[in-house]
Design a protein around this ligand. Structure first.
Ligand code: SF4
Length: 201
């Protein structure tokens, strides 16, 4: 799922806990995000002037093995221009994980329609503003890297260690299930490696 890429970009351990170990926990942020998306999904498609607004649009990429749903797709004039929009509960992030999700949606549309999409937007509930997102080479590269990393992690079936970005853990709904500080403190694997190294000498 495209939405899983956001988990991977945020923290590969979070991705593994949800998509390999199948654990999940709501917190205020996730519950609020779900509510926002429920509201967005309930709106109908409509035409306003030369712009068609399609909501909850299903997309797929066979090449990238991705599937997902766009919150909003604006289809403008002739020649037809496609403009994906994703709704988010918070505010614009310093990091790219929201943009990666949007870019992956654009990549699916590009494959489905055999077109190129240059731009989309993220709309943030907290700021009530649209942030334009250019699908430039660096963002496309970051998105391809996240897709590849997520597929590899899924195939490995292994949950990696906690992220070094401790500030991310504070907003993570899986904090209690993940126990990042316990795992960061746990040096047993290094201890066992050292133990066997000593025996083999
Ligand atoms: S608590 Fe931290 S390390 Fe654990 S899944 Fe969440 S972000 Fe990743």
């Amino acid at each position: 799922m495209i939405s899983a890429l956001q988990h991977y970009a945020y923290c590969p351990r979070q991705f593994a806990l949800i998509h390999i170990e199948q654990v999940w926990a709501e917190n205020f942020f996730t519950a609020h995000g779900n509510l926002l998306h429920e509201r967005v999904d309930s709106y109908e498609s409509e035409q306003r002037g030369s712009v068609r607004y399609e909501r909850s649009v299903a997309v797929i990429s066979h090449q990238l093995q991705l599937t997902g749903k766009l919150d909003l797709l604006e289809i403008v004039g002739r020649p037809t221009r496609y403009f994906p929009v994703e709704y988010k509960r918070g505010k614009p992030k310093r990091d790219d994980w929201d943009k990666i999700q949007l870019c992956a949606q654009a990549l699916c549309l590009e494959e489905m329609r055999e077109i190129t999409i240059d731009e989309g937007a993220l709309w943030y509930w907290q700021t009530r503003k649209r942030e334009p997102v250019l699908f430039d080479e660096p963002l496309r590269d970051a998105t391809f890297a996240a897709i590849d990393g997520a597929h590899r992690l899924l195939a490995s079936g292994k949950t990696p260690m906690p992220t070094d970005e401790k500030r991310r853990c504070r907003a993570c709904s899986l904090m209690d299930l993940c126990e990042p500080d316990t795992f960061r403190r746990d040096h047993s694997s290094a201890y066992i490696t050292a133990l066997f190294t000593d025996f083999s000498q």
